[in-house]
Write a protein that binds this ligand. Structure first.
Ligand code: SF4
Length: 334
């Protein structure tokens, strides 16, 4: 179950003078999108539901909203990423209705092993619980540090699969509150500190270092496969928050300078089947960092991230996670 502020959305739409609205939602919030449509229609608005699955605020349907003559886009499930958008867009995070403190209480023995100064991060579903989590942990005698992050994240302590700027804090170890593996593993590789992941839904926890080592080993296998490749396709995405053309050009130039051929490719959704027919030996994805890492098994050619290209070319020594940086904020850690 998720908490969505329907009245707040209606108020913002009224302030915008909107009469026709497009609602965009991730797979897990389809019912909420329908319920929001009912709510808005009952108040006289015309609503269109965007049917494609959405994975992040990096992919707003603002262009489509404009084509449809909508006055506004309501983007459900993610916090705002600053971008130039074609219609007024309301980013509406959906907060999980789950007791974060209960899961922390259950895992206190492991949490204490992180050290005296604990960095706390979470995903957007739980950012509304971060103050309660801090109060609880401080009540247990721990020093809790929450980073503000750069402009790509909207909330203190928030991490994305492509941005761990809020985790760059002076802490002994990091506590991740949330579900899944990708975020805590990316976090562990980025901060190079012990990371404990506490799942507020199940109440379980795990130490992330083994998972992180396994992932780095798998990625080195991809890098080894790409070593002999001559022709690289360097792919960026036309999704507004994943369009990294300057970085794609930098990577292509790096490859050329080091004796490889490279061509730039743009796709909207980056997936291997659509690339069949091209004659590249390997690919670099300069879009969402999750694509190369989560989906590599479905690619019939080696697929790398930009830091992995640098490793392959011998230009860096240590494995680095790919991130999309926002504008840096003055450090305002708690
Ligand atoms: S680029 Fe990827 S990780 Fe970043 S917000 Fe978009 S979908 Fe999430």
């Amino acid at each position: 179950m998720h908490v969505i502020d329907y009245e707040g959305i209606m108020k913002e739409l009224r302030d915008l003078g909107a009469t026709r609205v497009l609602i965009q939602s991730p797979e897990g919030l389809r019912k909420e999108a329908e319920a929001l449509a009912d709510f808005l229609e009952a108040r006289g608005l015309e609503v269109i539901l965007q049917g494609n699955v959405n994975y992040g605020a990096c992919d707003p349907a603002d262009h489509e909203a404009k084509l449809l003559g909508c006055d506004a886009l309501v983007h459900l499930g993610h916090s705002k990423i600053p971008m130039a958008l074609e219609v007024p867009t309301i980013f509406v995070p959906a907060f999980a209705e789950v007791d974060v403190v209960e899961a922390l209480r259950k895992n206190m023995r492991d949490i204490r092993k992180l050290g005296e100064r604990i960095g706390l991060v979470t995903t957007v579903q739980h950012v509304n619980s971060i103050e309660r989590a801090i109060s609880f942990l401080e009540g247990e005698g721990l020093r809790v540090i929450v980073g503000r992050g750069d402009s790509r994240v909207a909330w203190p302590g928030q991490v994305l699969g492509c941005n761990f700027s809020a985790a760059r804090v002076d802490a002994d170890g990091m506590l991740f509150v949330g579900s899944g593996y990708f975020h805590p593993v990316g976090l562990a590789i980025t901060v190079k500190k012990p990371v404990l992941a506490v799942n507020p839904y199940s109440g379980d926890s795990f130490w992330v270092s083994e998972e992180a080592e396994r992932l780095v080993r798998r990625r080195w296998a991809q890098i080894a496969l790409a070593m002999d490749a001559r022709r690289f396709g360097v792919i960026t995405s036309s999704k507004k928050g994943q369009l990294r053309l300057a970085e794609a050009r930098r990577v292509a130039e790096l490859l050329r300078k080091n004796g490889r051929e490279a061509k730039l490719i743009v796709m909207n959704t980056v997936s291997y089947p659509e690339l069949e027919g091209f004659d590249f030996d390997a690919y670099v994805v300069v879009a969402c960092p999750r694509i190369a890492i989560d989906d590599a098994e479905n690619w019939r050619k080696p697929v790398l991230t930009p830091p992995e290209v640098e490793l392959m070319l011998g230009l860096r020594d240590e494995y680095g996670f790919d991130e999309i940086q926002g504008v840096r904020r003055e450090l305002q850690n708690r």
